[in-house]
Design a protein around this ligand. Structure first.
Ligand code: 0X9
Ligand code: ZN
Length: 709
């Protein structure tokens, strides 16, 4: 889309809003948040309302801060005939309830149940696809919609899913899963948004102060009421968290449902912004230990899992990320489901919010069958991947082909961050690290928030190079820091950004907006399995497509995209991006801030390459090097001197029988042999010979596999 069009769309999206304020404190808070208070109106009762200009982006900020926005400035839907493509809850015949009853009545593999009753007595309906019962051997997968009344597209998405799954999903897959769809989590609010107030958000609880409604997505028991930024204690606020954790009947019913049928994966549909959010959302920079599993499903901004094909959308994809990339929340559904049950839970914010016919529609997605069908089609592959991959999310191949990375170091400096697979839910442990057999003082710790369903994050101060850990499956994880920089004296020839004293480490950090930071050239000749570590803070926006940052590398003259950053990150967090082995042996990096204010510090090049570690290094030049011998896990890295001819990698039993063979391109100098999947079956414990042939040279080493004690 041409920039001019975007600018016009954004201008149209600005509205004058009135926000009730309680005295100078609230006015000061509004000012701190960047709002210009045009005037303050006082009504007959003495109540004050600040008049401010609000954009779709800042409107969300007001929600998060607990301000109640008077929506009268927003384009109101014409008060005409009922919508053609949206259906209320109650209406006989056309309402969601009737539709589901009729649909289930004529299909033996569609079962309609109520998981509980809303405040006003409506059933919270759950559709079960496939067999009527819930068998523990079948993974539960849940699709939830409409925690927030006005987000009608989320219910149309859920209804579309019910129809699609019932009529088009292959039977063997359906038979292997317990798939549930709850199309309206908040039936009272939803019905009210048809009957009375189109932009109603909360449920319909009558609060003691006379105001109405609790935000169901702030009422879940985990992190409930953690602070007043992620939810509000003010009953009139849009993000009112309710009188207690799980106080609302709708949330209590959903909690009970989850306990009875714990989902392996779940998707909670909301509108709008075009996002795939996942835990954590409760605090900026909080990273879920299973982030690598979330990434496999949600993709990255560069390799997106969901494309936005609604014409005129301001972005062509759904950006994935932790919830705080949008804003911080507490008492929210995915943080709760993830922590309480280990559910890999997503919030999908359907549609970008802009534009159709040049207008910002926000929560008022057009009543247009074709456009809705496009939203459903865009989001179907993600939903299907969630169902398909539910048998083993930790080994998932996501919709865009990404898979979880396995145990590895995510950062090496100034802090070591190790993400380890297979430690278990809510375990607490301290790990001692060794450098090639020599114990060191590096102790990394995990607290309860660092323990996920599949992975645990361990952190510790950096004090040993290179760090190496024997992880729970018995294999070794190693990494070496090659270079690091961060706007310190002596960091040399980095150009383009200014130096900020607001540093993660040392005296300075790089700071830029609208310009490009370029690194000097690094010599990485002979290195493989390279990765880039950066610590970042940024003030991006999902609403202004140019407010994002691009990370690129050049190997020779051409720049390639490595990563794309967007959203709000008010605190430093680490990011790891894998780099291809540079053909020229020389590498440059650059960081393009389009219009995003961006801070970078502790930018490091590192490698997982086991050849260059400690004692192995000398050997690596003239023989085969094994990362482990005996091998106690399912992986071993074999490295050899680089050669210009094609490489044959073969493993024989001592009896001379080949058990694995692969041809590798010229220039390959290592191979990670997966003993779990080699030749279709798991390689058995015992002695083997690894042979690597290239040109005239042959290298051989004995390798012992000893996993079972
Ligand atoms: O605020 C919410 O509950 C969700 N956004 S919405 O506009 N649909 O209301 C986002 C919830 C999940 N995400 C965050 N942690 N921000
Ligand atoms: Zn919502």
């Amino acid at each position: 889309m041409a920039p001019l069009t975007v600018a016009i769309a954004l201008l149209q999206a600005l509205v004058v809003a009135r926000v009730p304020v309680a005295g100078p404190d609230d006015l000061a808070r509004l000012a701190r948040l960047g709002f210009e208070v045009a005037s303050v109106e006082v009504d007959a009762t003495g109540a004050e309302r600040a008049v401010i200009v609000v954009s779709p982006e800042t409107r969300r900020l007001l929600f998060a801060e607990g301000f109640v926005v008077d929506e009268t400035g927003l384009a109101a839907p014409p008060p005409v005939a009922p919508p053609a493509n949206y259906f209320d809850f109650d209406s006989p015949g056309t309402g969601v309830r009737s539709q589901l009853q009729a649909f289930a009545a004529v299909r033996s593999h569609v079962h309609l149940d109520s998981i509980g009753v809303s405040g006003e007595g409506r059933p919270i309906l759950a559709v079960k696809l496939g067999a009527p019962d819930d068998v523990p051997a079948r993974p539960n997968v849940l699709f939830l919609a409409t925690h927030h009344a006005r987000e009608w597209v989320s219910t149309t998405m859920a209804m579309h899913l019910v129809r699609y799954l019932a009529d088009s999903l292959e039977a063997p897959l359906l038979d292997a899963r317990d798939v549930w769809v709850i199309p309206v989590a908040n039936p009272d609010g939803y019905q009210y948004s048809f009957d009375a107030e189109r932009l109603w958000r909360k449920n319909r609880r009558l609060n003691p102060d006379g105001s109405v409604g609790v935000d169901l997505n702030r009422n879940y028991p985990r992190f409930w009421g953690l602070d007043d930024i992620g939810s509000s204690a003010n009953p009139a606020a849009e993000t009112y968290r309710g009188p207690g954790p799980g106080s609302e009947p709708e949330v209590a019913a959903l909690v009970r449902f989850h306990e009875q049928h714990p989902p392996v994966l779940s998707v909670s549909y909301h509108t709008y912004t075009g996002l795939i959010l996942h835990p954590y959302g409760y605090a900026p920079a909080a990273i879920a230990p299973d982030a690598t599993v979330y990434r496999a499903f949600g993709g990255t901004s560069l390799v997106p899992a969901v494309l936005d094909r609604v014409p005129e959308s301001i972005r062509l994809k759904y950006d994935p990320g932790p919830g705080w990339h949008l804003y911080r929340v507490n008492g929210e559904y995915t943080d709760w489901a993830y922590g309480a049950l280990g559910t890999v839970a997503f919030t999908v914010e359907l549609t970008s919010g802009c534009c159709v016919g040049g207008n910002w529609y926000g929560f008022l997605f057009p009543d247009d069958a074709d456009l809705l069908a496009q939203v459903h089609a865009d989001n179907l592959p993600f939903a299907l991947a969630v169902i398909e991959q539910a048998s083993a999310p930790d080994r998932a191949i996501g919709p865009s082909g990404l898979t979880p990375a396995g145990s590895r170091f995510e950062a090496l400096w100034p802090e070591i961050v190790l993400v380890e697979r297979g430690v278990g839910l809510h375990s607490r442990r301290v790990t001692t690290y060794t450098t090639l057999g020599t114990p060191t003082a590096a102790i990394l710790e995990a607290d309860s928030l660092d323990a996920g369903r599949y992975y645990t994050t361990f952190r510790g101060a950096r004090d040993q190079v290179p760090p190496s850990a024997v992880v729970s499956d018995g294999s070794a994880v190693r990494a070496e820091l090659l270079t690091h920089a961060g706007a310190e004296a002596g960091d040399g020839a980095w150009v383009g950004w200014s130096v900020s004293t607001d540093a993660l480490v040392g005296d300075g950090a790089w700071h830029g907006v609208g310009d490009t930071l370029v690194s000097p050239e690094f010599d990485v000749a002979g290195r493989t399995r390279l990765w880039l570590q950066l610590w970042t803070r940024h003030a991006g926006s999902f609403f202004v497509p140019t407010r994002r940052g691009i990370v690129q590398y050049a190997d020779g003259g051409v720049w390639h995209d490595l990563a794309e950053l967007a959203g709000a990150a008010p605190e430093w967090y680490p990011m790891r991006v894998d780099l291809p082995a540079p053909a020229t042996g020389r590498l440059r990096l650059r960081f393009i801030s389009q219009e995003m204010e961006w801070w970078l510090d502790a930018i490091a090049l590192a490698t997982d390459d086991t050849r260059v570690l400690g004692a192995s290094r000398a050997q690596a030049t003239d023989s085969l090097v094994l990362s482990d011998n005996p091998v106690r896990g399912d992986r071993v890295v074999v490295a050899w001197p680089v050669s210009s001819s094609e490489v044959e990698f073969v493993v024989y039993t001592f009896a001379g029988e080949p058990v694995f063979r692969v041809m590798l391109p010229a220039g390959t100098a290592e191979f990670e042999w997966d003993l779990a999947t080699a030749s279709g079956a798991r390689v058995r414990d015992g002695g083997y010979i690894v042979a690597v042939r290239m040109g005239g040279a042959v290298y051989r080493r004995r390798l012992f596999v000893a996993r079972e004690q």
